[in-house]
Design a protein around this ligand. Sequence first.
Ligand code: NCD
Ligand code: ZN
Ligand code: ZN
Length: 346
Amino acid sequence: MSTITIPRPDDWHLHLRDGAMMHAVLPETARDFARAIIMPNLVPPVTRGSDAAAYRDRILAALPEGARFTPLMTLYLTEETDPDDLATAAQSGLITAVKLYPAGATTNSASGVRDFDKMRPVFERMAEIGLPLCVHGEVTSPEVDIFDREAVFIDTVLDPIRRATPGLRVVMEHVTTKDGVDYVAAQGDDMGATITTHHLIINRNHILVGGIKPHYYCLPVAKRESHRRALVETATSGNPHFFLGTDSAPHADPAKESACGCAGVFSATNTMPLLAHVFEAEGRLDALRSFACENGPRFYGLPVNSETLTLEKTDTPTQWPEKLQTGAGPVTLFDPGFPVYWAVKK
Ligand SMILES: NC(=O)N[C@@H](CC(=O)O)C(=O)O
Ligand SMILES: [Zn+2]
Ligand SMILES: [Zn+2]
């Protein structure tokens, strides 16, 4: 039986939610991952240092007995964000990054930023203290086609912000296009990007062909196959700009299977075996270590985890429950649509 042992991986983009949902999904991540960047798009959002401290304490209190997992907290940027509050939270080690949601771009982004120019003093302060900015990189103008929103964001928002604020460390979250990976790959080491598990596996046909599949709907929406190929080639290349951010984003089934379904794919449970499958299919199992364990810590200036995770090849396909039962309702797990002969060794 073939196995691969890597440092325990980290998830550089994760939604844990709160309350009953958090209690159910947190063990799914803590089982395989040592650390995760915790997204702040709660209702109401995590905007102040005191909110992040309280949320971190709720996460720590919800961890299963014996779990070895560190939540890396973030703050949700609004036009009211106080640069001093950010700096205090960063310097005390409470937060690891700040998240920029263009207002209206995605789930729970209504309090996000409308006028990026207003954020200049905040970005300058972040550049000074080396606090990374994580961005949901899509414009929201109604006239821009949803499949073009990432590429337009790069030209009209991301690149201007970076030019105006030299030294600002930026992560383009859940990059979904060749335009995105080409942009990031051409920048210096102050620019990184996360790639999700599901964007390595599905393209837009998976969402729309043969009936609409709400559990494949997320934002940024999956693009055409040539973009998915660019993501796979990039993730498996070992390029240090790119690292795993699952964007595992649970919503209870009734909220997804609806006339106006929520965006988000839940993949915490099966991400590592799925990645082993994808990397093996490219003949690049060796690059799983850089993508899932090394490139993220390097960008964030953190040590690679010293504990390890072993994945083993299985004779029969690994079975996962179709749904995770939570106190907030059932949550459907991401289904790659093919059998997976990898499992995390217990
Ligand atoms: N990715 C998603 O489709 N949804 C995320 C928000 C986000 O990361 O944009 C969520 O919070 O549900
Ligand atoms: Zn997002
Ligand atoms: Zn997300």
